[in-house]
Design a protein around this ligand. Structure first.
Ligand code: FMN
Length: 402
């Protein structure tokens, strides 16, 4: 009979690292980098707040190895040009109170922030709101090396693990998706080819960090786009990951493709993607994490105690209440009040949550929900200002690897 696991039991990953409980702060691009790819004091405080709030692991979203393909100008950039001092401080604070702080290895590919990039993806695209060139073989071969370099530096700076971002329509997710990937070489066509870059990236990272360092993969169960990456193919990727050296598969879905449905804007009843997780469970013995739509302790308990997944990933709930795990652990039931936004513009909800992260980092959060359109305006203005700093700092420098 299956043993019923409690939300507050520890979990040992295949590499030997132990998570103190089953609650993760899912990757969020917090837009709190200083524009030169380095952490700010607010960002360091934000991860301290989450660590003190009781999470087992926090994942810093969209940490770039190559500044040429960032998702936003508030991303961190970790490569040999980086000053590791502030990264060490971030790792130390985000790793306090027994928490682990992981970095999410990002490369936005076709969705790279246009004001600071020349976006490139698996195939050239020219559709409303999205234009990119096709990557060359050499550029593809660089990608695993860049991820490995960033992972190694993260390890040296004191971070507790990495997550490879293969979800939400960014580079590795574009390679997986038949909608973005029209290549006719070893990286396109059947799913075995489309997952080649992801698997090569994992191998390169593992070789760089050794056997005892956690490597997770965030994977879409589906792009939620017609003709895109869908569940049956995602299950084939899960089966392949089962044979790889990853420690954790973090299941998500949706993309930030213009006009598409992203998980961070979702308002449906959660948890999302749980049926997929149950199918994935039959194909892998790797620990599974599920991110998307958790709003209550009951939902989180049920996902873990039922054996569907090993860890629940929370993003927006931990923006609304950074200390939620502590409240849940002490049975002081405090469910976050989720704001409802009528007629939010595309990306508006994500912008609102991002600005809330800024308030938490500055210890300025107020109980009332601020104005959505004001948040979007502040978010865009800040990105505009950071893009200037980014361009003057990085120029056209994309830090080539030998
Ligand atoms: C402000 C914000 C930024 C996000 N940035 C990232 C990111 O950098 N990487 C990532 O994998 N997911 C990112 N997400 C998506 C979340 O990790 C998560 O998949 C999604 O919000 C659904 O989970 P939730 O219902 O718990 O919010 C972001 C979400 C929000 C709200």
């Amino acid at each position: 009979m299956q043993r019923h696991v409690n939300l507050f039991e520890p979990l040992e990953l295949p590499c030997g690292a132990v998570l103190k409980n089953r609650i993760a702060k899912s990757a969020m691009s917090d837009s709190l980098g200083d524009g030169t790819g380095h952490p700010t004091a607010e960002q360091i405080n934000l991860y301290l707040r989450w660590a003190e709030g009781g999470v087992a692991v926090s994942i810093v979203g969209e940490v770039q190895g190559n500044p040429g393909y960032a998702e936003k100008p508030g991303n961190l950039v970790l490569n040999e040009m980086s000053d590791l001092k502030s990264f060490r401080k971030l790792a130390e604070n985000g790793g306090s109170n027994g928490a682990l702080l992981w970095v999410q290895l990002g490369h936005a590919g076709a969705l790279s922030y246009a004001p600071t990039s020349n976006p490139k993806g698996p195939s050239a695209l020219d559709v409303p709101g999205l234009r990119c060139a096709e990557m060359s073989d050499d550029e593809i071969h660089q990608v695993p090396k860049e991820f490995a370099r960033t992972a190694r530096l993260a390890q040296q700076a004191g971070f507790g693990g990495v997550e490879v971002h293969a979800a939400h329509g960014f580079l590795l997710s574009q390679f997986l998706s038949p909608l973005f990937n029209k290549r006719c070489d070893n990286y396109g066509g059947p799913i075995q080819n489309r997952m080649r870059l992801l698997l090569a990236s994992i191998d390169a990272i593992r070789a760089a960090v050794g056997p005892y360092f956690p490597i997770a993969v965030k994977l879409n169960s589906s792009d939620l786009l017609e003709g895109g990456f869908a569940e049956d193919e995602a299950l084939q990727v899960v089966a392949a990951l089962d044979q790889s050296s990853v420690d954790l598969i973090d299941i998500s879905g949706g993309t930030y493709f213009p006009g598409a449905k992203s998980a961070s804007d979702g308002s449906g009843h959660g948890p999302y993607f749980i049926q997929f997780a149950k199918r994935a469970r039959k194909l892998t013995s790797k620990p599974l994490m599920l991110t998307g739509g958790f709003k209550t302790r009951e939902q989180a308990d049920e996902a873990v105690t039922s054996g569907a997944v090993d860890i629940v990933g929370l993003a927006r709930a931990l923006v609304l209440e950074p200390s939620l795990p502590n409240y849940w652990m002490k049975n002081r039931l405090r469910e976050p009040a989720f704001p409802r936004f009528a007629e939010a513009p595309e990306g508006g909800v994500t912008a609102w949550y991002t600005m809330r992260l800024t308030e938490i980092g500055a210890d300025e959060e107020v109980p009332e929900f601020g104005d959505l359109m004001l948040a979007v305006r502040d978010y865009d203005a800040r990105d505009g200002a950071r893009a200037e700093i980014w361009r003057s700092h990085f120029g056209n420098d994309t830090v080539a690897l030998k």
